[in-house]
Design a protein around this ligand. Sequence first.
Ligand SMILES: [Zn+2]
Length: 334
Amino acid sequence: MREACLLCRGLLLAALASCVHIPQELEAQISIVVEGVSPTTCEQELRSFQGLGLRMARDAGQSEKALRYLEQRMQGMGYATYRESAGSFLNVEQWNLFAEISGTVDPKVICEIGAHYDTVEESPGADDNGSGVAGILQVAKALQGYSPERTIRFCFFAAEEVGILGSAAHVALVLEREQEEVDGLLNLEMIGYMSKAPDSQGAPIRIPILASLPSTGDFILVAGNFFSGRLGNIFETCVDRFVPDLKYYSANRIAGCFSDAARSDHSSYWQAGLRGVMVSDTANFRNPNYHQSTDTIETIDFEFMAKVSRAAVATMMVWAGWAGTPALEVGQEP
Ligand SMILES: [Zn+2]
């Protein structure tokens, strides 16, 4: 269910471009695949990951523990994993972790879905960003054994909390590599906190009519810059079609104008002229536990998290092309 942003609505081009066609056969496939993601599977995945403890970038032991867990989890699902160095922070080497499903038609073109796995000082980071990591694991599990037309890459980014170091290092490598073409990033940044209480949603700024977040914090924010609009449209269409009871607020195409919407890994992509869309529960504008010791698993709404994860599964299937259904050209902007 879409919360209206009149600026988006008002732009005829954007409105036209928001029509994402999902063929019937693909729709039927997606409806089956998303069923594998439930509040229970989300809770199991997040509980297990949170059991590792803190994941601070400055602590080599903590980071390595998280990386090894993610490697084992992905390998257990049948994925080959690999690491890329993301430089160092306070003399601790940082590692991004990746896994892929190779495309059958256009393997050079890569659709990325990512989340950062590190936490800030002394915060367990269940929402920030254990929820995003568990979301990626849910998507990886749902897509196990399927064959997209383009390559899907699962990205676990290091050191987001200390200056988006992980995604910045990855984007620098992507730009160097001529053999691949990254089509964009769907960034899961805090997808586990919601509240139905009145006035539970804050905002950095509210511009009447143009950009004004609702006052109840029960929606997921879709934040993309103008260049990434089509990717945001795919996510929103997938919500409408496959998770219609998930509310979302569209800051699609306009989020590039707001500095608060650029506070995560997708911003490394924006800076490099690549596409990036963040889906987020809006962090400190809603979650009182943000960067606190109280960001624990007890505060997570697994119904909400499962809905967002389902939409992410569907988005990757539509975006990367599936079962003989061609990939959607997000490059044809707007
Ligand atoms: Zn975060």
